[in-house]
Design a protein around this ligand. Structure first.
Ligand SMILES: Cc1cc2nc3c(=O)[nH]c(=O)nc-3n(C[C@H](O)[C@H](O)[C@H](O)COP(=O)(O)OP(=O)(O)OC[C@H]3O[C@@H](n4cnc5c(N)ncnc54)[C@H](O)[C@@H]3O)c2cc1C
Length: 396
């Protein structure tokens, strides 16, 4: 038998979700984070495009609200948490080729209706931002000035340092193997330890439904989807460090400057089981193809390529709250492609719900309804049990 430990909350997974939630649980709650890998952030958190896009998924209101309420923490973090701002201005251009101009126009109209930021640019204005952009993509664009780069490493690191400062414990190399219900909580076994806890916080990213299965909790129908990225050299003397993020409105590809190089993604969404995602050859080829097409410049070499899993609930809204029928089992999952930019507010919300505290005032003012992120929300349950919706609830 291994070492025996106890805590108030066991957080499973040390990506941005686990790190931020453990931090926000504060110093009155004893917290252990158990992470399977030797290093936290090895999976999706360490593989993101690091963008803060206020308009991202604006149709999904909770995502939009959590993004808005995270802004202040990024711009002016508490100096005890992180010494410098976590956002750097970048801007973003949504572009279209001839086939997608109509979509670009209707997107612009929709944004105006909903008062979402975005300025209509003509060719001259586009070329002043990205002179190398091929003419076929530069007829018109929507520009968002408030898009920024997030220092993901500094953010994740600050959360984990904060956890330790507040008396919490991070244990790496500790895959959760079994979860058993006890009279007054849970007994959780890793390869070398036994942990007794009244509350499990499931922040296991793509593996969140697998953790639920170990605890015999109903799944949320999580769908991990692979997304690929490559790194290439920018065109010579392009001054590309000053370029905005450039994204095709039809989600064919996006590219952004990355420390003197260009990161390019074919914006793929390939369903995948939870795993250590690896880039597919075709996706790498597509990324290089679109980079050549958009910049009119041959890609001589792919300097680096990677992939990560973006995991979505069936309605693409994060899942935050206690499971209905499994006492002491808390969900913080389904952060899809927005888990970094929503982390500060989502973690404050999750901590308040987990500890049954009142909700953060800024989220209340923003109009966030906890029923919209709950694991037992109607929309989610309906899609999980629908024939095409993947996982079925036990007993159905
Ligand atoms: C290419 C790409 C681009 C992206 N771009 C952006 C972006 O620009 N902006 C943005 O906000 N978001 C972006 N995202 C999404 C963002 O990265 C994710 O939403 C976020 O990282 C999810 O964090 P997580 O902590 O839930 O998951 P993860 O980082 O995957 O963490 C889950 C952890 O749980 C651990 N775990 C799993 N099972 C067990 C077990 N049995 N025992 C112990 N530990 C376990 C895993 O090892 C892992 O470390 C992007 C993602 C990708 C792939």
């Amino acid at each position: 038998m291994g070492e025996r430990l106890t805590c108030d909350v066991l957080v499973i997974g040390a990506g941005i979700a686990g790190a931020s939630l453990a931090y926000e649980l504060g110093n009155r709650t004893s917290v252990i984070i158990a992470e399977r890998e030797p290093h936290p952030g090895y999976h999706t958190t360490g593989r993101s495009a690091a963008a803060y896009i206020p308009s991202y998924c604006y149709e999904q209101r909770p995502v939009h609200q959590l993004t808005a309420c995270s802004r202040q923490a990024f711009l002016e973090p508490d100096p005890a948490f992180c010494a410098s701002p976590l956002l750097k201005p970048r801007g973003a251009l949504s572009i279209a080729d001839a086939d997608f101009l109509e979509l670009l126009r209707s997107e612009y109209t929709e944004r105006q209706k909903r008062q979402i930021t975005g300025e209509w640019l003509d060719t001259a204005a586009i070329k002043s931002l990205v002179p190398q952009l091929a003419d076929e993509y530069a007829q018109a664009a929507i520009f968002e000035a408030d898009v920024a780069d997030i220092d993901v490493h500094a953010l994740h690191d600050a959360y984990l340092r904060g956890v330790r400062k507040r008396g919490g414990k991070l244990m790496c190399d500790q895959p959760i193997i079994t979860i058993d219900k006890q009279a007054n909580g849970w007994l959780v076994r890793t390869s070398g330890k036994e942990i007794s806890t009244p509350i499990i916080a499931n922040t296991a990213g793509a593996w969140a439904d697998e953790i639920a299965a170990l605890a015999e909790a109903a799944p949320i129908g999580l769908e991990p989807k692979r997304r690929t990225a490559i790194l290439i050299d920018p065109p010579a003397e392009a001054g590309s460090d000053r370029w905005p993020l450039v994204a095709h409105i039809g989600e064919q590809f996006y590219l952004r400057p990355d420390a003197g190089k260009l990161m390019v993604s074919p914006a793929d969404e390939t369903p995948s089981p939870p795993c250590d995602a690896q880039p597919g050859e075709m996706d790498v080829a597509y990324a290089a193809h679109y980079a050549e097409k958009a910049l009119g410049n041959p890609v001589k070499a792919v300097l680096h390529s990677w992939a990560g899993l973006r995991s979505f609930a069936p309605d693409r809204i994060p899942v935050i709250g206690y499971a209905d029928e499994t006492e002491g089992f808390f969900w913080f999952a389904g952060q899809g492609g927005f888990g970094i930019q929503t982390a500060p507010a989502a973690a404050r919300l999750a901590a308040a719900l987990l500890l049954s505290n009142s909700l953060p005032q800024d989220l209340v003012q923003e109009g966030l309804e906890t029923s919209n992120v709950s694991p037992v929300r109607q929309a989610l349950q309906a899609q999980i049990s629908a024939p095409s919706g993947g996982v079925k609830l036990p007993g159905e």
